[in-house]
Ligand binder design. Structure first.
Ligand code: B12
Length: 213
């Protein structure tokens, strides 16, 4: 049995080499990649966040832990994105303006791809205009926004307002997520759905696509 606790510790301490090696080993032994994500890697980032909050960690530690997390995810992502034939919808996904966190957004993007969606990844710090362009120029049917900071949550509301102004709000379903987001907030700003994790995001996108057809 691979050592999930050691993988957790490697991410918490920012040891990218060990994180990669242990992930490689676990996958070779047949461990479900989602189990690694949900039971080891995501809780490790939560611990990193806790240490940051209690001033044990500062931004450099966040960065090296993020690097260790990414080293593991690089191996895991291709396994999550094994695709079917015809896409069941086109999702434009991005982290909202002012926000640079992309680990969760990337996980959601991978699982959406694995779930049969075509994904247009707009990256981080995405302006409302770029979300609008993805609908007008790339025919996105779903807009998925991620925010990790309480200070960037309002950018979701601003983006939805901008979609309305541009006359494209009715062409798409808007899904939102990220650590500070809640179902209540989604309802408040007029989003079509919220999920607290990447697996839920796929279920939400499938539901949204079914409702649109
Ligand atoms: C890693 C990290 C960083 C890294 C990011 C690296 C990267 N490439 O992403 C760096 C060092 C850059 C960083 C910077 C900062 N960070 Co930071 N960071 C974190 C940390 C520790 C982990 C985030 C993470 O990756 N989690 C793991 C992923 C898998 O989880 P997730 O993102 O939540 O995603 C899941 C769900 O939310 C959901 N989901 C996500 N997106 C979406 C979208 C949709 C549509 C759906 C349906 C679902 C969904 O699915 C995902 C998978 O299950 C968090 C603490 C935490 N526990 O969240 C702090 C945290 C978010 N950061 C924080 C802060 C304060 C900052 C800085 C302001 C620090 C500073 N003084 O500079 C800057 C801001 C930079 C900016 N402008 O964005 C605070 C935010 C506090 C607040 N209330 O707003 C946190 C909470 C730490 C803390 N406890 O205080 N950070």
């Amino acid at each position: 049995m691979p050592d999930l606790k050691a993988l957790h510790n490697a991410v918490v301490t920012g040891d990218a080499k060990t994180s990669r090696a242990l992930t490689e080993q676990a996958l070779a032994e047949g461990v479900d990649p989602l189990k690694l994500v949900n039971e080891s890697l995501v809780p490790a980032m939560d611990e990193v966040g806790r240490r940051y909050e209690s001033n044990e960690y500062f931004v450099p530690e966040l960065l090296i832990s993020a690097r260790a997390m990414k080293a593991a995810l690089e191996l895991i992502r291709p396994l999550l994105t094994a695709r079917g034939d015809k896409p069941i919808g086109r999702v434009a996904i991005g982290t909202v303006r002012g926000d640079l966190h992309d680990i969760g957004k990337n996980l959601v993007a991978s699982l959406l791809e694995g779930g049969g969606f075509e994904v247009i990844d707009l990256g981080v710090n995405v302006s409302p205009e770029r979300f609008i362009a993805s609908i007008k120029e790339k025919d996105a049917t779903i807009v998925a926004m991620s925010a990790l900071l309480t200070t960037t949550m309002p950018a979701m509301k601003t983006t939805i307002e901008a979609l309305k102004q541009a006359g494209v709000r009715d062409k798409v379903k808007v899904l939102i997520g990220g650590a500070p987001i809640t179902q209540k907030y989604a309802e408040e700003i007029g989003a079509d759905g919220y999920s607290e994790n990447a697996v839920g995001a796929v279920a939400l996108a499938k539901k949204a696509s079914a409702a649109a057809t």
